[in-house]
Ligand binder design. Structure first.
Ligand code: MG
Length: 169
């Protein structure tokens, strides 16, 4: 059984993952509007990943006999000043998500909830990858500073990113 406190915290995390998906979808819309279809694709895949993260916790709560309660998804930003700012916000957002996963692990330890702790270990590893891929993209975008054709080359490459549901592996 999940404690009430743990269940509430996991429900909040489901909301955060779905909000993240909404954020990345908004970034995809921004890139579509700015004629960077590869960056838009990268963000769309990112958005799909976030839904799969939310669903992993959704399934877990149900498996433990808990109850999922979906709350409204808060508004997301829609405009950014340039490509670099969007990617920088992606990295910063993933760092915030990492902190929120750590808070959940701390709570699981406090509650002596070993099963939840173990489920969350997957997310700890996932966040290492999320931060690394956002940081990698940011560094590459920074290298293009002012050179449009270099940005278009990255865009072309990002068009090839495909969604793989890693929660099922
Ligand atoms: Mg996530």
């Amino acid at each position: 059984m999940l404690t009430n406190k743990m269940q509430n915290a996991l429900n909040e995390q489901i909301n955060k993952e779905l909000w993240s998906s909404y954020l990345y979808l908004s970034m995809a819309a921004y890139f579509e509007d700015n004629n960077l279809p590869g960056f838009a694709n990268w963000m769309r895949v990112q958005a799909q990943e976030e839904v799969s993260h939310g669903m992993k916790i959704f399934d877990y709560v149900n498996d433990r006999g808990g109850r999922v309660f979906l709350k409204p998804i808060a508004e997301v930003p829609t405009e950014w000043s340039d490509t670099r700012t969007v990617v920088e916000e992606t990295l910063n957002h993933e760092r915030v998500v990492t902190e929120s996963i750590y808070d959940l692990v701390n709570l699981a330890v406090e509650e002596k909830d070993h099963a939840t702790n173990q489920m969350l270990q997957w997310f700890i590893q996932e966040q290492v990858e999320e931060e690394a891929s956002a940081d990698d993209l940011l560094q590459r975008v920074e290298m293009t500073e002012g050179k449009g054709h270099a940005l278009l080359m990255i865009d072309k490459e990002l068009a090839g990113r495909q969604f793989v549901d890693e929660t099922k592996e």
